[in-house]
Design a protein around this ligand. Structure first.
Ligand code: PEP
Ligand code: MN
Length: 465
């Protein structure tokens, strides 16, 4: 029997990555205000995602989880949001075309503000020691603005709603229509070969759509829970939001007991459809696992090299005691040189436990390095590909299947229309010397549009075989 759960039972547990607010009265006022504000997402949307993740677990669909490492309030602009969505749609189109499987799209968007840190303090160049930057919902990137300010939680809520509002408009006003994939912008793709490859898919798709229209068939799903054409038209696609559930006060303020469509009441986190537990906050007896075990949303768990096999199964027992389908997605992130040492054993213990999970590869977080020349944080495309291909191979060898990918990428362009230069390599062969040209991330380095499409083609070709 597990101990009783409530939206605040996590407060009795040790809180990793805790933020200390100097003014608790101010924090309480902000949290009461947040509690009164309307939900961002609804139980029926959350249940639809759970259903679709069940399909991912049964190998009937593929999951694309992608977006920025962290969003910033400043980057909340129409252009940034549409280029992010454009890239996610383009990526999923390449996958759908190659793998002939529906793709469930979850953005790291509309709430991905908080960041876990390896150290609470940062030593500045001038010798000063200040609190580390913990994300726009906690403190400022400016070293003089590092005191945690509760008002930033309210700003996070309003930036999330603004982002989601525009996202919903884009998705229902033709932008996401598979009839017009050219709207998603290829103008800045440097490599002619990549452009040609994408245009071939778009032409093929247009022909297929014309043909379906001619014979009077459209690809709308009859079941409202199916991926892609759930609303009965190809013109609209399903898209879900996610963020790391790090700031538990904020998550609790947005947690409500609500009616489950056609079942008993349950607690939903209404701030995002999908939340994940980070690799630094997944302690079995810690506050984050306690909070996550009681919400009904589908959840992700980051699994790194320090996860022990027994610990992984105990964690699944805690967050999914009923072994419900669609509930848990394991997001593995070992690093290209470590995946062979850990993934096979993790797959085997989970298989033996009988827990249904979706396995997703995050080839980004175990492959971060510092560029020797510039001192910038970067990731090499070859290491990303190497972890991803190892993951595909190991799942096959273990009688399992990779159900998706979790990426940090951006379709963002600078003022002259060029994509960011944060990760090395790819078909554009981005070099160390070019890294500083348009390095815009204030957190982890992201793949740009071209490098992301390179990965989409690689995966799509793998699944074609
Ligand atoms: C992240 O996804 O941005 C992150 C910090 O990942 P992890 O918890 O796996 O290090
Ligand atoms: Mn990151």
């Amino acid at each position: 029997m597990s101990a009783p759960w409530s939206p605040i039972s996590w407060k009795d547990k040790p809180i990793a990555q805790n933020v200390e607010y100097p003014d608790q009265g101010h924090l309480s006022k902000v949290l009461s205000k947040l509690e009164a504000l309307p939900p961002l997402v609804t139980p029926s949307e959350i249940e639809r995602l759970r259903h679709q993740l069940g399909r991912v677990q049964r190998n009937e669909a593929f999951l694309l989880h992608a977006g920025d490492c962290a969003e910033s309030f400043e980057a909340c602009t129409g252009e940034n949001i549409s280029s992010k969505i454009g890239l996610i749609l383009s990526f999923s189109l390449v996958l759908i075309w190659g793998a002939r499987l529906p793709v469930v799209r979850i953005g790291r968007i509309a709430g991905q503000y908080a960041k876990p840190r390896s150290s609470s303090y940062e030593k500045l160049g001038d010798g000063r020691q200040v609190l580390s930057f913990r994300g726009d919902n906690v403190n400022g990137l400016d070293p003089n603005d590092r005191t945690p300010d509760p008002e930033r939680l309210l700003s996070a809520y309003f930036n999330s709603t603004t982002t989601l509002n525009y996202l919903r408009s884009l998705l229902t006003s033709g932008f996401a229509s598979l009839h017009h994939p050219r709207h998603w912008s290829l103008s800045h793709v440097r490599s002619p070969a990549l452009r040609r490859e994408f245009e071939t898919i778009v032409d093929g798709l247009s022909d297929a759509l014309d043909f379906s229209r001619t014979i009077g068939v459209d690809a709308g799903g009859a079941n409202a829970y199916e991926c892609g054409g759930g609303r009965g038209t190809l013109g609209e696609v399903d898209f879900y939001t996610s963020h790391e559930g790090l700031m538990l006060d904020y998550e609790t303020a947005l947690t409500c007991e609500m009616d489950v469509p056609s079942a008993r009441k349950a607690f939903y986190n209404t701030g995002a459809h999908f939340l994940w537990i980070g690799d630094r906050t997944r302690q079995l007896t810690g506050a984050h696992v306690e909070y996550f075990r009681g919400i009904r949303n589908p959840i992700g768990v980051k699994v790194g090299p320090s996860m022990e096999e027994g610990e992984l199964v105990r964690l699944l027992d805690v967050v999914n005691p009923d072994k419900g389908t669609g509930r848990v997605t394991l997001i593995t992130r070992y690093g290209a040189s470590k995946i062979d040492d850990h993934l096979p054993a993790h797959i085997r213990v989970v298989q033996k436990s009988g827990h249904p999970v979706a396995w997703i590869c995050d080839p980004m977080h175990g492959n971060t390095q510092t560029s020797a020349n510039t001192g910038l944080k970067t990731r090499h495309f070859n290491n990303i590909i190497s972890e991803l291909t190892a993951s595909l191979r190991i799942h096959t060898e273990c009688g399992s299947r990779l159900g998706g990918v979790s990426l940090e990428f951006t379709g963002e362009l600078n003022e002259e229309g060029y994509s960011v230069t944060e990760c090395l390599g790819g078909s554009m062969e981005l070099s160390e010397e070019e890294l500083g040209l348009r390095y815009q991330s204030f957190c982890d380095p992201r793949l740009n549009f071209e490098q992301s499409l390179d990965i989409a083609f690689l995966m799509s070709n793998h699944f074609k075989k």
